[in-house]
Write a protein that binds this ligand. Structure first.
Ligand code: FES
Length: 67
């Protein structure tokens, strides 16, 4: 699913960024460009990042990334 339409960033990319160490919305902006244009994706991107980080901390409770 697209989280940031302006930069064509998906939830999968956000999960991968979290796996790579992204911890904040600023990290996502720097790495993927989310919120850099209209900013409407900020809330959704933040929720997606929080969920990805929760899954990283508790992997047994989360589905793996699709191949
Ligand atoms: S939807 Fe992300 S900057 Fe516009």
């Amino acid at each position: 699913m697209y989280v940031c339409v302006c930069k064509a960033v998906t939830d999968r990319q956000i999960r991968q960024a979290a796996e790579g160490g992204a911890r904040t919305l600023s990290d996502l902006r720097r790495e993927l460009g989310v919120t850099a244009d209209c900013g409407r994706c900020a809330s959704c991107a933040h929720e997606c990042l929080k969920e990805a980080r929760r899954c990283k901390a508790h992997p047994d409770a989360c589905l793996p990334l699709a191949a």
